[in-house]
Every structure is written in structure tokens, then in C-alpha cells.
Design a protein around this ligand. Structure first.
Ligand code: SF4
Length: 172
């Protein structure tokens, strides 16, 4: 079984890839994160993912970065608290792209590493993802997944960001 895995960053990919492989999935990595600001941060997170992908001898399919388009999608929600309506829209934006890419590639299943983070509500992500055919509601933070991702990221000396991604999540 093949699954397209939307990946938010290198550290979150570590334990998620490991778990999917252990469960017998063939994993296709997909980096689609126009929410990340600034572009240099987007490039940095992508670079860290490439290190993990190289370890597994996997390629990464990359979506064109278009932060302006993402800003248009979440317009009116800029001032929402983290974990609220802006984040729900953000998940919908990225998961819609993942769904469309999976269909384009003829891959029946897709999921996201967003559930690794203990700062994100997996049920909220699932409620968005389940709007799309083929979404696999996998809670990657469960079974020690979050702690495992921290440990693996440390072992690989990966950069771990201190904010979620968009400019509205940067704390001064
Ligand atoms: S805080 Fe994170 S999930 Fe929420 S809108 Fe910003 S980048 Fe997206």
C-alpha cells in the first residue's frame, strides 16, 4: 500500500516515516507548506526534510511556494488565536493540495505529519482531513511518536523551529 505523506518539516517527518514503514506502507513524501513565513524559513525546513529523505533513500515531491495565495485563503482570520479558525483553514489549504497531488499520482491514501506535534489537536486535523477522499487519520504523536521525533531530530542534528509557521505564529 502506498501513502502520500504531507510533511510539515524534517523533525516531524522522522518518527512518522519510521512508523509508516513499520506498518508496511510505501511512503511518498510531499512538501507543500505555503503557510510558512518567511520564504527563507520555508527553504530551511525543506532542507532539513531532505536530510531525512536521504536517510531513507526517498525523493520529496515539492509544491511551489506561494505565500500570497495562502494569505488570500486565510484572509480575515489573521488575528485568530493559534489552534483556532485560521489554523483550521491552514490545514484545509495544505490537505487539499495533498489530496489533489495524491489523486494526480494515482495514490489512494494520504496523511500528514501535522499530528506529531503536541501543540496541535489531532482531532481538529482529522475533522478537516476527513473531508477528503483517501485521508488516513493517523495520530503520529501517539505511541510515543512525539518523543521519538524529538530524539531522532536530535540524533540527526536537525533544525527545530520555534514557531508553527506563519507570521502570525511568530512570538516576539
Ligand atoms: S499557526 Fe500554524 S497551523 Fe496555524 S495558521 Fe499559522 S502556520 Fe497554519
Amino acid at each position: 500500500m502506498t501513502i502520500l505523506l504531507h510533511v510539515c518539516c524534517g523533525p516531524c517527518s522522522t518518527a512518522s516515516i519510521e512508523r509508516l514503514i513499520a506498518e508496511g506502507w510505501t511512503v511518498v513524501l510531499y512538501f507543500s507548506n505555503s503557510n510558512i513565513y518567511p520564504e527563507a524559513e520555508h527553504a530551511k525546513r525543506y532542507g532539513e526534510l531532505l536530510k531525512v529523505a536521504a536517510l531513507h533513500k526517498m525523493e520529496v515531491i515539492t509544491e511551489v511556494y506561494d505565500h500570497e495565495k495562502w494569505l488570500g485563503f486565510i484572509a480575515g482570520l489573521e488575528g485568530e488565536r493559534e489552534g483556532g479558525a485560521r489554523c483550521r483553514a491552514c490545514f484545509a489549504y495544505n490537505l487539499a493540495q495533498a489530496h489533489d497531488k495524491a489523486r494526480e499520482l494515482g495514490i489512494e491514501h494520504f496523511s500528514t505529519t501535522l499530528t506529531v506535534s503536541r501543540f496541535k489537536n489531532s482531532r481538529q486535523i482529522f475533522s478537516v482531513g476527513e473531508r477528503f477522499d483517501g485521508f488516513e487519520a493517523i495520530d503520529f504523536k501517539k505511541r510515543g511518536g512525539f518523543e521519538r521525533s524529538i530524539r531522532l531530530a536530535k540524533e540527526m542534528n536537525l533544525y527545530r523551529q520555534h514557531y508553527c509557521g506563519c507570521e502570525f505564529s511568530i512570538r516576539s
